[in-house]
Every structure is written in C-alpha cells, then in structure tokens.
Design a binder for this molecule. Structure first.
Ligand code: CP3
Length: 347
C-alpha cells in the first residue's frame, strides 16, 4: 500500500508549512448544522448507524473549514454495543453499557460471531465519505484503545472515577480482565482493518482514561494492547499512519513512542511543548495540543496559544489539533479564526 498524495499524509514523512490541521470532535454540537440534523433523529446511535446521515455530519466541518482531514462520525462505544452490551447515551450523563462486566463469568454476554455486521453502517459511511471527499482531504478512521473501552464496559451505573471498576477487575482477577482486553484487542484489529479496506487513509486510537495508572498497570493494560494492535496493522499496512491520543498519560507517553509501532502521538494540553519536541517528535509525528477551553474563550490568549504551539512544533513532523475534543459551547467564529491563524502563521 502506497499512500495517496494528500497534505495530512505527507506530514508523516516530513515537516510541512503550514501544518495540516483538523480538530478532535470537529463534527458535533458546536455546529448549528449538526444540531439541526441531530434534532431530527431520536438518538445519537441512529445518527451513527444511518450511513447517509453519518456521512453528512462527517462532511459538515470540512465544508465549513476545509480541514485537511475528516474523521468518520461514529463512537468508540459502538464496538462493545456490537459485542452484545446494551448502549445508552442519556443527555447530560456519561454513556452507559449494560450489563456491567466485573467478573470473568460476566464476559459470557459478549459475542464475537456477528459484531462486524453490526458495525457495517460505519464501514459503509467510510466508503461513501471517501468517495465524496476531495483528493486533498484525508479520511481518519478510529477506535477506542482496549483499556478505555473496558472502563466503560465495566462501569455500569457507578458515578465515581471512570477507571475504578476496570482497575478493580484487573487487581482482583488479572486473568479474567486480560481475557476482556484480549477480546477487545482482537476485535479492534479486525474492525480497523475493515475501516482501512473501506477507505480510511489513517487510523486514530483514543485512550482517554489511561492517566493515573501505576506504570506496571499502564504497561499491562494500555501499552501492551496498543502495541499488539499497531503491530498487527503495521504487518498488513506498512505505510498506514496510526495516531494515538492518550489523555493524561504525561511522561509515560514516551513509552508509546519507543515501544510501539504507532506513527504519531496526539498530545493533550498538559503535555509540555519543549518535552514533546525533544522527546517525542524525533521519533514520531506530534499532533496537538491547543486547550479546547482557550478555543472556547478566543481572543488574545487563543492567538498566543496557537503561536506557541507553532513555534515549538512546526520544525518537525507536526499536525495542528486540540489537546482534547472541541467543546459544544465553542463559537464557530473562534474556529474560523484558528484556521486563519494556523494557515497564515509566519515564523
Ligand atoms: O468528530 C469526531 O471527533 C468524530 C466522532 C467521535 C465521537 N466520539 C462523536 C460523539 C469520536 C472520535 C468520539 C470518541 C470518543 N467517544 C471518546 C474518545 C475521545 C474523548 O473524548 O476522550 C470517548 C471517551 C467517547 C465516549 C463518549 N461518546 C462519551 C463520553 C460521550 C458523551 C459525552 C459527550 O461528549 O457528549 C459520547 C457521545 C458523543 N460522541 C457525542 C459525539 C458528537 C455527543 C452526542 C450527541 O450529539 O448527543
């Protein structure tokens, strides 16, 4: 597989000026056209599982801002739903998966025979989106990293620390919890392969809840499954860009750079720029890391935040992005200003 010639994909080989630009959660509630479409369907899953609607929502931010990459509109929790858990997004609270999986016996409710056909609407949406994007725009497919998906699968109705039940399962029954991680690793690999075959130009893994893990647990539950996924994808698709966003992982992010086959690290807003430039960027492309709250606030702080990132990272392989997803209250004009500032940046 050779990569098509698109700016976002070129950035994995070389520093590009201006850097390619897209934003995590770029399709979503801050866009009036998203809210309009969202109000016509009864729930979020219906939007994800109706290919024509998912395509339309994926393309909305591209039409407005001409970002260098589109990310397919879906969610990391559709995989556990396809494996047999019941998924609910209730307004204002965290998503719920039932029944909660807390013991080896509980894993009996998961079924691997049919999950890829449950995910077919997203694969169809990828194929249609790719056919409707311009040659210059890349399409990113994605999945949750096994640890983060497991935190939701074990959580149930508990309202405390998102990680609590997954940690307890791991500490009480390491073998049982490893089985859950194995199921997720295997099914995620197959799902991501299908996304690439459907037309995704690159893949991003989301590890939102690996912060606050002791190093040994981090290695076992985050690093190891991610290394297995990237190794397997890399074997089949040697040139495929694989990005990883691991929120709150601090210094441990360097282990992904040294011990896995990922192509890029998407850093959160708390990751120091000089450290990312010196420790990560020589090894991997760095993506990031404007604080979504500074984008919401706008003004002079936003401009200097953008310039600071450009100053530190534009000398190496770099893609401009946020340090986490765009917030629903973000004014569209602030996003317009960000795009102008990044594309017009003069060192
Ligand atoms: O534009 C894009 O980035 C693509 C689509 C996308 C969504 N979720 C759509 C979505 C992506 C890449 C995700 C990833 C995701 N989903 C993560 C990892 C990134 C992160 O934010 O840390 C996680 C942890 C989830 C799980 C999830 N989905 C939560 C916790 C929630 C509820 C909180 C919230 O933001 O509303 C969702 C719902 C969700 N996923 C929405 C969207 C646009 C909002 C649903 C709505 O419109 O009602």
């Amino acid at each position: 597989m050779t990569l098509p010639d698109r700016p976002f994909l070129r950035a994995f080989g070389d520093s590009i000026t201006p850097p390619p630009l897209w934003l995590m959660r770029q399709a979503g509630r801050y866009l009036p056209e998203y809210r309009k479409l969202r109000s016509k369907v009864s729930n979020f899953q219906e939007l994800c599982n109706t290919p024509d609607l998912a395509v339309e929502v994926t393309l909305q931010p591209i039409k407005r801002f001409d970002f260098d990459a589109a990310i397919i509109f879906s969610d990391i929790l559709l995989l556990p739903s396809a494996l047999g858990q019941d998924l609910r997004f209730e307004n204002g609270s965290a998503p719920r998966l039932a029944p909660a999986l807390r013991t080896n016996e509980d894993l009996a409710c998961l079924h691997e025979d049919n999950y890829l056909s449950c995910l077919a609407p997203t694969l169809d949406a990828i194929a249609i989106t790719r056919s409707r994007l311009s040659k210059e725009t890349s399409l990113i497919g994605f999945a949750g990293a096994p640890w983060t998906v497991a935190t939701y699968m074990t959580r149930g109705d508990s309202t405390g620390d998102t990680r609590a039940e997954a940690k307890l399962f791991h500490y009480r029954d390491k073998k049982g919890f490893d089985r859950l991680l194995d199921i997720l690793t295997r099914t995620t690999i197959a799902y991501l392969e299908k996304q690439v075959e459907a037309g995704a130009d690159a893949i991003q893994l989301f590890e939102s809840w690996a912060g606050d893990l002791p190093e040994s647990v981090f290695r076992e539950c985050s690093l190891k499954p991610i290394a297995a996924i990237t190794k397997s994808l890399r074997k089949k698709y040697p040139a495929l860009p694989i990005l990883l966003f691991s929120k709150g992982s601090g210094l441990l992010q360097k282990l992904y750079a040294t011990e896995t086959d990922i192509s890029a690290i998407s850093i959160d807003a708390a990751t120091p720029l000089p450290w990312a430039r010196d420790e990560l960027q020589p090894r991997k492309l760095v993506q990031g890391n404007l604080d979504p709250y500074v984008l919401l606030a706008g003004g002079a702080q936003m401009e200097s935040g953008i310039d600071d990132i450009m100053k530190h990272l534009s000398g190496g392989r770099f893609v401009f992005n946020l340090g986490h997803g765009i917030l629903p209250a973000t004014p569209v004009e602030h996003v317009e200003r960000l795009v102008e500032r990044v594309r017009g940046y003069k060192p």
